[in-house]
Design a binder for this molecule. Structure first.
Ligand SMILES: [Cu+2]
Length: 134
């Protein structure tokens, strides 16, 4: 009887170990959580996006905040594959005034590469930015 009890104990230990290993595999296979990065439109340096280049991954969100010298907006012009529909869907063409914020989320299925954009009223002044999806 004693050997049966110890065998059951041994089996339950093995069972727990298998559960633990399977559980840890599931955790490591889960996708990385989405992040939010912030870009100031019209920062301390004037008519620029700060930072001008942000590195993100698909699914991440970029929060744009109006700083100095409004109004500002974000119009994507060059995206991977010259996908005009994707560029249009990412753009925030409405002009935003002081202290306003808006979010642009890179779709989870967006291709990797460089997405360049500009602020329509201040493009000529050099207010351009880039999102690099890694
Ligand atoms: Cu602007």
């Amino acid at each position: 009887m004693k050997s049966i009890a110890s065998a059951i104990r041994g089996l339950s230990l093995v069972f727990c170990a298998v559960l633990l290993i399977a559980g840890s595999l599931f955790i490591s296979a889960a996708p990385a959580s989405a992040d939010t990065v912030k870009v100031i439109m019209g920062g301390k340096k004037g008519l620029v996006f700060e930072p001008a280049v942000v590195n993100v991954k698909a699914g991440d969100t970029i929060q744009f905040e109006v700083g100095q010298l409004p109004p500002h907006n974000v119009v994507f012009d060059k995206v991977p594959g010259a996908d005009a529909a994707l560029a249009a869907s990412l753009s925030h063409k409405a002009l935003e005034g002081a202290k306003k914020t808006f979010d642009i989320t890179i779709p989870a299925d967006a291709p990797k590469g460089e997405y360049s954009y500009f602020c329509l009223p201040h493009r000529g002044a050099g207010m351009v930015g880039k999102v690099v999806v890694q």
